[in-house]
Design a protein around this ligand. Structure first.
Ligand SMILES: C[S@@+](CC[C@H](N)C(=O)[O-])C[C@H]1O[C@@H](n2cnc3c(N)ncnc32)[C@H](O)[C@@H]1O
Length: 421
């Protein structure tokens, strides 16, 4: 298994000026989203028209949307219920006239409430942890009204579409600090001046997303897409399982456990609770590396790095190890579902812990090698515009940071030998 000569930097993959908000990609921000043009470029080279694509950590569904535009059926999994909702809404065709009818009625009601004599009617307030710490009384009233109003939208696809705009707005009208993934509140002296226009922000997002959807509907091919809550780490396999297996995987797994890298759960929690999604507070625990493991990794490309970390911090070494054990389990499940000539494309970052670099790219190559895959290439790209942390604290001392990731690797392997189907 050779990785050295197949790993190279290619600046054409930096995609510095790419419009990352085309089509339904404009629907909702999320940490560490994949740039659509990466999935698009990979589909151009490795896609199989009419074939099946799998994204085992689909997040907001970037590769599912691109698969629909290319002409592949696709299935995505994620343990985060909020992104399952977003990925579903982004890839589901909706009848535009039904949507427009609902949006026109909603917008005119909101206009009446804002500029007419209307008072916002009282609506039930959901049970949300520390609600008044995160939202002003006025914002709570408006959100409760909208939540109640959305509940009554009959068409499920339209309701999901509206919920996604609601979700992104919840973060913006809350007291959370802008530009943070974790739940941090803005400074107390800023709270009094923070009076967001809830209905205005919501209407703008609905309109933006409606235009993105129209562009998507024009270009998408007639393919199937589904989003599943199967956890491949636990050996759960998503449905449907295409005959002969999936042809292509395009995915970007987490860089490490949510507690010490990107807190997907914290990012999503308030919106997920307002919408009433299950497990809203458990995402970071359910995510890869979220639970300690008694197993140890032996003879793996990350083993020596983990030993170096262990020599300075045993607890961190266990956390890092738990992540790779989960990643390997997930790859074992994913490999079972792939066709005899499948291609996998994993976009991964080699993060640093305690100043030690973890070669996640080599780990992926090695894990797929066990399942009959040959390494084709590892393309190294600069990260110019992805929303993710570029610094971490190696010492966990506030203010002491070191650069973690300015680059990421696109690992490509192809199956050339046996298949487990
Ligand atoms: C880098 S993000 C994916 C972003 C996605 N490509 C996009 O463009 O939105 C990684 C995702 O992995 C998910 N995740 C973590 N552990 C998982 C697991 N065991 N099974 C499925 N998804 C998981 C996280 O919830 C997160 O959404």
């Amino acid at each position: 298994m050779c990785i050295g000569s197949l790993k190279y930097k290619d600046e054409t993959w930096d995609l510095q000026n790419a419009d990352t908000k085309e089509y339904t990609h404009c629907f909702h921000t999320y940490p560490a989203m994949m740039i659509p043009q990466i999935a698009r470029k990979l589909l151009k080279t490795y896609g199989v028209e009419g074939g099946w694509l799998l994204d085992p950590y689909c997040g907001t569904g970037t590769s599912l949307v691109e698969a629909s535009l290319f002409g592949m059926h696709s299935v995505g999994c994620d343990i985060n219920p909020l992104v399952r909702l977003i990925a579903t809404a982004k890839s589901t065709p909706i009848c535009l006239s039904t949507l427009d009818e609902t949006l026109n009625k909603l917008n005119s009601d909101l206009f009446q409430l804002e500029f007419g004599t209307g008072k916002i009617p009282n609506a039930p307030i959901p049970d949300i942890l520390n609600l008044t710490y995160w939202f002003s009384e006025e914002v709570i009233k408006s959100l409760a009204y909208l939540r109640n109003r959305i509940k009554d939208v009959e068409d499920k696809a339209v309701r999901n579409f509206i919920r996604v705009a609601f979700s992104e707005m919840v973060r913006e009208v809350s007291y959370t600090r802008n530009g943070e993934f974790k739940l941090y509140r803005m400074p107390t002296n800023k709270l009094d001046d923070f009076n967001p226009d809830v209905f205005g922000i919501f209407s703008k997002k609905l309109n933006r997303n409606r235009n993105g959807l129209a562009a998507f509907l024009e270009k998408r091919k007639g393919v199937e897409t589904s989003v599943s809550d199967a956890n491949t780490v636990q050996g759960e396999l998503p449905m449907p399982r295409p005959l002969g297996g999936y042809d292509l995987v395009i995915t970007s797994p987490p860089y490490g456990d949510s507690h010490t890298t990107v807190a997907y759960g914290q990012f999503s929690r308030l919106a997920a609770e307002w919408i009433g999604l299950p497990n809203a507070r458990k995402v970071d625990k359910l995510a890869m590396g979220g639970q300690r493991s008694k197993e140890t990794l032996t003879d793996s490309p990350v083993s020596s790095a983990i030993e170096k970390i262990r020599s300075v911090d045993k607890k961190r070494a266990c956390e890092v190890s738990a992540f790779y054990i989960d990643l390997e389990r997930s790859i074992n499940s994913v490999a079972q579902m792939l066709s005899s000539n499948a291609t996998i494309c994993y976009v991964v970052g080699n993060r640093r812990v305690k100043e030690v670099m973890l070669p996640t790219d080599a780990f992926i190559v090695s894990a797929f090698h066990q399942h009959g895959f040959t390494h084709k290439a590892t393309i190294v790209r600069n990260i110019p515009n992805k929303r993710m942390p570029k610094k971490n604290s190696p010492s966990n001392i506030a203010g002491q940071t070191s650069t973690t990731m300015h680059e990421e690797n696109i690992v490509v392997c192809q199956r050339t030998t046996h298949t487990c189907l």
